[in-house]
Design a protein around this ligand. Structure first.
Ligand code: GTR
Length: 428
């Protein structure tokens, strides 16, 4: 048979199949089934010329950042209002005197009484100079980190089956200190770091349509009638912008060394910390805890969550254009090693958990590894290992990585590695 005719016939036969595959891209969790794939090279410009030096990387970096804006997370609108934050309360003897606790209201919109986020800041007492800090969103409200009754309950929407609007959080199980295992506050403080955290729902409630109650709705010219164009920002973009506003305030806190602020996030909030670190180079260190698909995991590796699946479950996280790649991931002009590389030469730590197959631990390791050439070009060691380390064996130079035992969570073990990593990077 004429080979062209053969291919045409095959196309006719496969067309209905590939059409029905549109809603059934299977989830693979079998390493032996992962097909080979080719990653875009962060050190080759779109026109095919190689990046040769740091100046070249600056230009290539701008190119990759633009691709991420146009195809993955969307563009952050220009000229968004930035208003000074207000310190609402100060307790110089928080946590039995270990720290000073501040509650800070950070406005997100122009109008007084408009949308704002509430930041909880702990600074260790007794430091002789300003201290480095971690900043990151929490999932269920600032009040869930510690038992401190002075911390106001989260306002507005909090996830309860991730869709309802709840006013009585405590009655709904969002009790004080329920997330304390994810936030070893006293340990962080006793290691000499400040900790700033914000409830992510303050910026945008996390469901499809949540933007109407959040930042993206508040700043759209046509408000809640807005229809998003394909390259406009999604929720991850809005959350990332909020982290930069948190850093704006930290720059005004004399007790905080704002040149040494690490941005940290778990899971969807790890995707957010990577995107925040990529866009805002003031973040001196970036941590993505089990950030998975759309975070540190390679999109082209068919393992765990897929582009199609994440766009279907969480259509609001990314820009509209990202959906174009649901059935055609190889056409994506970027892959996630390049998201990590956008933070170079600043240190980035990626972490996985052994049982968190959904997030593709090996894909998270490989993305970190494939970001390394950019670090090396800039004179930094990068990851410094060839193979994925065994469970419970943190590795790294400017790029850090570990896989620990257990499930999808942010744990004291993870924090211990982040504290050690920050100590090493900042020679403490
Ligand atoms: C999952 C989602 C992941 C990850 C996780 C989380 O359902 O598929 O991409 O973000 O949620 O944020 O906990």
């Amino acid at each position: 048979m004429n080979p062209r005719l053969g291919i045409a016939l095959l196309g006719v036969i496969l067309l209905p199949l590939s059409h029905s595959a549109a809603d059934t891209i299977p989830i693979n969790q079998d390493e032996s089934k992962v097909p080979s794939y080719t990653l875009p090279d962060p050190l080759v410009f779109a026109d095919g010329t190689p990046v040769k030096d740091a100046a070249g990387w600056t230009r290539r970096r701008a190119e990759i950042l633009e691709l991420y804006r146009s195809h993955v997370y969307g563009h952050t609108p220009k000229g968004l209002p930035r208003k000074k934050a207000t310190v609402v309360s100060v307790d110089a003897h928080a946590l039995g005197g270990l720290a000073t606790r501040k509650l800070i209201r950070v406005p997100l919109t122009k109008d007084a009484g408009g949308l704002s986020m509430e930041m909880l800041l702990y600074v260790p007492n007794g430091a002789t100079k300003s201290v480095p800090a971690f900043v990151g969103y929490n999932f269920n409200g600032n009040h869930t980190l510690t038992a401190d009754p002075q911390i106001p309950l989260a306002r507005g929407w909090v996830p309860n089956d991730r869709e309802s609007d709840i006013t009585n959080h405590v009655a709904n199980g969002h009790s004080r200190d329920k997330d304390s295992s994810a936030w070893p506050v006293e340990r962080i403080l006793s290691r000499g770091y400040a900790l700033a955290t914000i409830y992510y729902g303050d910026v945008e409630p996390d469901f499809d349509g949540g933007w109407r109650q959040g930042l993206r709705g508040a700043v759209a010219k046509d408000g809640t009638n807005h229809v998003f164009a394909a390259e406009e920002w999604g929720a991850i973009g809005a959350w990332a912008w909020g982290l930069s506003r948190a850093l704006d305030h930290l720059e005004s806190e004399a007790a905080v060394d704002a040149r040494h602020v690490a941005v940290i996030g778990h899971s969807r909030l790890g995707k957010t910390s990577l995107w925040a670190g990529a866009q805002d180079t003031r973040f001196a260190l970036v941590i993505a805890n089990e950030s998975g698909e759309g975070g540190a995991a390679l999109a082209r590796r068919w393992f765990g969550e897929t582009v199609w699946r994440i766009n279907t479950s969480f259509p609001h996280w990314f820009c509209g254009r990202y959906k174009d790649y649901n059935q055609n991931v190889p056409a994506l002009p970027v892959d996630q090693h390049e998201l990590i590389a956008l933070s170079a030469p600043r240190p980035v730590y990626v972490a996985s958990a052994e049982e968190d197959l959904w997030a593709d631990p090996r894909g998270e390791f490989l993305a970190t590894k494939h970001a390394e050439p950019v670090y090396q070009l800039l004179g930094k060691p990068g990851l410094g290992v060839t193979d994925m380390p065994p469970v419970g064996t943190p590795v790294g130079g400017t790029l850090g990585y570990h896989i620990r035992t257990g499930k999808h969570a942010l744990t004291a073990y993870d924090w211990e590695q982040y504290l050690n990593f920050a100590d090493r990077q900042w020679k403490r």
